[in-house]
Design a protein around this ligand. Sequence first.
Ligand SMILES: [Zn+2]
Length: 283
Amino acid sequence: MDFVFLSYKDPLFSLIVFFSLIFILSVSNYSWGIISKNKNFLLIKKFLKNKPNNINNENQKEDLLVIESYINKMEFHKAISITLNLLSKNHEQYKELLNLLSTSYIGVGLLGKARATCIEHLKIDPKNIYALEKLLYIYITQNDIKSMKDISGVLKELKLDTSHINSYINYLEICSTNDITLYSHQNEFSKKLLLQYLISNNIRDISKYNIDITKHFDLFLEKNNESYLNEHLKIKFQEYKPNFEYNLMYKCKKCNELNWIKSYICNKCYNVGSTNIIFEYRT
Ligand SMILES: [Zn+2]
């Protein structure tokens, strides 16, 4: 019988147990995924089914709140399902729905669809600042400098301050060509971007650019930047480093929302150059 049943001491027995466990875990994960997906689908279906046929204005505003709550919870797929369904009906909040749809598409990374939705929104509301700024954000993400310039021109015509946008475009042009002579802005944001470029390219001579690095010390708190400061600028990094354990976050001056990853464009309100670094105490 020994040749039929494996002993638990047999290495082959361990291998069989190991692969069996992996198989069971995979099947469980897959099954849970299906159950969870079906559950979400049923919730959305129930929400849409319970909607009255004679949709009044109050109900339509409630729809927007429901979609917004999903967006705030970062449940973008649910927001998209509901919004697409409502857009297929004669919904009076058409423009608002397009606005929520493009935000949800950005949330799931479908930038092509987000761009098309913004453009559709702008066809019926060409001066909508949210749609324009969102479209700019998409072009920035796609590194489409020409389209960024077009949007910046429109925003300027609408009397908005576009200096930060133009500084960012200038920075991207320098990055894409590695031609630092293109640097043409002198606001504090553009100096920070230039400093970022100098650090990234390990360019040591920064004196001619008239940058007060103490205003941008947060750049040196990032990984790999410390040595640049110590070695090339002869400044003691410790003077700028807070004496507590911290996590870095970015807070937008315009909308007051937190951005968890470093970005010069707020991923909540899409404003350029409005995020400031903040520290979160580590306990
Ligand atoms: Zn913001």
